[in-house]
Design a protein around this ligand. Sequence first.
Ligand code: ZN
Length: 285
Amino acid sequence: MAWFTRQKSGVEDGGEAERRVRTEGLWLKCESCRQIIWKKALDENFQVCPKCEHHFRIDARDRLSLLFDDGKYEELHRGLTSTDPLGFVDSKKYSERLDGMQKATRLSDALISGTGTLGGRPVNICAMELKFIGGSMGAVVGEKITRAIERSAESRAPLIIVSASGGARMQEGAVSLMQLAKISAALMRLDEARVPYLSVLTDPTTGGVTASFAMLGDLNIAEPGALIGFAGPRVIEQTIRQKLPAGFQTSEFLLEHGFLDAVVKRSELKGYLARALSFFCDQAG
Ligand SMILES: [Zn+2]
């Protein structure tokens, strides 16, 4: 499906440009327990509230730094951008929306694909970026994930995908929906090659992403308190005409009902993934 994407020369080499300016001050209010917390304490605690363990959202770059050994990795296919195959216009032109997003996030699309080591083991990790059009999956996200899967299959390095997404990208219409099938088929080939794939679901993981690769891991692991679902609760209530139970579509609810293998705190996530990969890769035979 390469004709839906192209290599753009203008966006790469942000270099070290990702130095965020802290303008919000030293303190902030936790969106869950409403207590005032010291920002430094939050930074030192993997962006998890030290008082109530609420997991704040983190961006794709921070996620990859957290998982790869020493925070170091090589980014793959970074200049890949959408060609706007439908010439889509909503409140503004999709091409303009993409341009604005690329400038604001210094990313070419809603996913970073990286290669490096985790616990000393070579791995490929893809992390979705929610700030880029709601982490939506279009042709670029689909292509980058598929290439990461193929790379994993060839090199026999396990694959980890960290999801954070509102679902398929509406501005790419059916092209975005095709990514579900394309990625799922590639994952099947990875499975046949017997290379492990671990899926990590973070807040929020919804729509076509939940309906495809996020739920196809050899292990499907979520962070605590994440919203995970296909359709939103309002749509479901209106469709089935029933009130939904409390905690519906949270990680813990899904674990209890057998849709997830584990809910793992962010501070323990890397260790958990390393142990899981040892379990899958180091067995005799
Ligand atoms: Zn809190």
